[in-house]
Design a protein around this ligand. Structure first.
Ligand code: SF4
Length: 386
C-alpha cells in the first residue's frame, strides 16, 4: 500500500428538515468507527477522518436549504476539507453511508461536489440504502465509483489494498460479512471526538444479522448474498461485555449515561443473551440501556433481569392484525405471536416496566380493517396502563 492513503468518511445530512426527521439527527451513527477500526488494524499508515455533516449543520458550517444551493455547498465543503490533515488525491477514498432515502439528495450532492471539485478521489457508497436499493444510484454521470451491498469492512480493505481506481459507471460490490465478530479489533471510538458532545446517548452493535425474514427488512436481502454465513453473529458474551465497557467509559468521559445497542435483533440467541446479562455490571455507570429486540425471544426471568440492570426494551411488534403479520412474515404463527405479546405486556405491567413498541402502519396490504385491529389492541393497552 502506498504510504499516503487517505480515507474520508462522510455522514450525509438532511437538506430540508421536517419535524418527523428530527429523531434521525438525535442519534450518532457509528458506522465510521467500525470501518476505521478495521482498516487501521490492517494498515499501519492510513489517514482517516470523519465529516459528520448533520453536526456540521448544527455548527453552522453547512447551511444550505436546497439541492439547488450547490455553489454555496461547494464553498462550505471547501472550508471543511481545509480542516483535514490530508488533501484529496487519487489515493483518497471518500466513503458515504446512507441509512434511509431521507439522505438520498445529500449523498448525491456530496458525491457531485467531489466529482466536480476533487475528481481524483474514489467515491464509495454503502449502508442500508445502498444495500436495499443499490440501483437508486445508477444514473447517467453518477459520481459514485463503488456501491457496497452489505457489510463494508472487508470490501473496503480490498479496495484500498488493491488500489481500486475510479469507474465511469458505479460498480456494485457484494460485502463480505465478518463471520466471527471477535476477530474485529477492540472498539476505539476516538474518531467521534469532534462530534460526541452534540449527543446525549451513544449506541453500538454487539451482533449482526437476524435469523428472521420480515418482508420489509433488508436483513434477508443481506443474507441472500452470503448464504454460507450464520444468520445471527455476535461477539462472544465476554468480548461483548468488553466492547460495552469501552463504549460506556468513552460515553462517561462526555457526561453520557444513556447508551444503547442497535443490533438488528439484540440477543437473538437466548443462551448468549442470558450469559451476557449475567456478566453485565455497569448499573452504576448507566441510567438507561436501550435495546431493540423481539418480544417472542424473551421469557419472564430475562425480562426481570433486564429491568434490574436498567435495560429498556424496544419491541418490533409491527402490527396486531393477523393478516398483516402474515404478509409481513413477522412470525409463522400470528395467533401465538399476539398471545405472547399480551403476556409480555402483562409482565411489563406487573413490573411497572416501561416498554416501547414499533408499529408499522401502511405496509403494502394494509387496509382500514387491519389498521383498526392494531389500533384497538394499542388503545386497550393504553387504557389498562394506569
Ligand atoms: S426481526 Fe427485526 S431485524 Fe429481524 S428480519 Fe425482522 S425486522 Fe429485520
Amino acid at each position: 500500500m502506498h504510504h499516503s492513503v487517505n480515507v474520508l468518511f462522510i455522514q450525509p445530512f438532511i437538506i430540508e428538515h421536517y419535524s418527523d426527521q428530527e429523531t434521525l439527527t438525535q442519534m450518532l451513527l457509528v458506522w465510521p468507527v467500525y470501518l476505521e477500526n478495521f482498516l487501521k488494524s490492517k494498515f499501519r499508515d492510513l489517514n482517516c477522518s470523519l465529516l459528520y455533516l448533520p453536526d456540521e449543520q448544527k455548527l453552522g458550517n453547512i447551511t444550505i436549504k436546497s439541492y439547488k444551493d450547490s455553489e454555496l455547498f461547494a464553498k462550505q465543503m471547501d472550508k471543511l476539507l481545509n480542516t483535514l490533515d490530508f488533501e484529496i488525491t487519487q489515493n483518497t477514498y471518500i466513503c458515504l453511508s446512507g441509512t434511509t432515502s431521507y439522505y438520498y439528495l445529500s449523498v448525491k450532492m456530496i458525491s457531485e461536489y467531489f466529482q466536480k471539485h476533487h475528481p481524483e478521489g474514489v467515491i464509495i457508497f454503502g449502508g442500508a440504502h445502498a444495500t436495499a436499493c443499490p440501483d437508486d444510484f445508477i444514473y447517467a454521470q453518477s459520481p459514485i465509483d463503488y456501491i457496497i451491498i452489505g457489510e463494508g469492512e472487508q470490501v473496503l480493505y480490498e479496495i484500498i489494498k488493491k488500489n481500486y481506481k475510479k469507474q465511469s459507471t458505479p460498480k456494485f460490490i457484494i460485502g463480505k460479512p465478518i463471520s466471527e465478530l471477535d476477530i474485529l479489533p477492540p472498539l476505539d471510538l476516538s474518531i467521534l471526538d469532534r462530534y460526541i458532545s452534540f449527543y446525549q446517548s451513544l449506541s453500538i452493535c454487539l451482533s449482526r444479522g437476524c435469523p428472521f425474514n420480515c418482508s420489509f427488512c433488508m436483513e434477508k436481502t443481506m443474507a441472500s448474498h452470503n448464504k454460507s454465513i450464520k444468520r445471527w453473529r455476535s461477539y462472544t458474551p465476554k468480548r461483548a461485555i468488553e466492547e460495552s465497557r469501552i463504549m460506556i467509559e468513552y460515553a462517561q468521559n462526555y457526561g453520557i449515561d444513556r447508551i444503547g445497542f442497535v443490533d438488528p435483533t439484540f440477543g437473538s440467541n437466548r443462551k448468549w443473551f442470558e450469559e451476557y446479562i449475567s456478566l453485565w455490571n455497569f448499573e452504576a455507570q448507566t441510567s438507561a440501556v436501550w435495546i431493540e429486540t423481539r418480544f417472542d425471544i424473551l421469557n419472564d426471568k430475562l425480562i426481570e433481569q433486564l429491568q434490574k440492570k436498567n435495560f429498556y426494551l424496544w419491541y418490533g411488534l409491527e402490527s396486531c392484525s393477523k393478516r398483516m403479520l402474515k404478509i409481513m412474515n413477522k412470525n409463522v404463527n400470528p395467533s401465538s405471536y399476539l398471545k405472547k405479546y399480551d403476556k409480555i405486556i402483562e409482565k411489563h405491567k406487573d413490573l411497572e416496566y416501561l416498554v416501547m413498541n414499533n408499529v408499522i402502519f401502511g405496509h403494502p396490504g394494509e387496509s382500514e380493517k387491519s389498521c383498526a385491529e392494531s389500533y384497538k389492541v394499542l388503545k386497550r393497552i393504553k387504557e389498562q396502563d394506569t
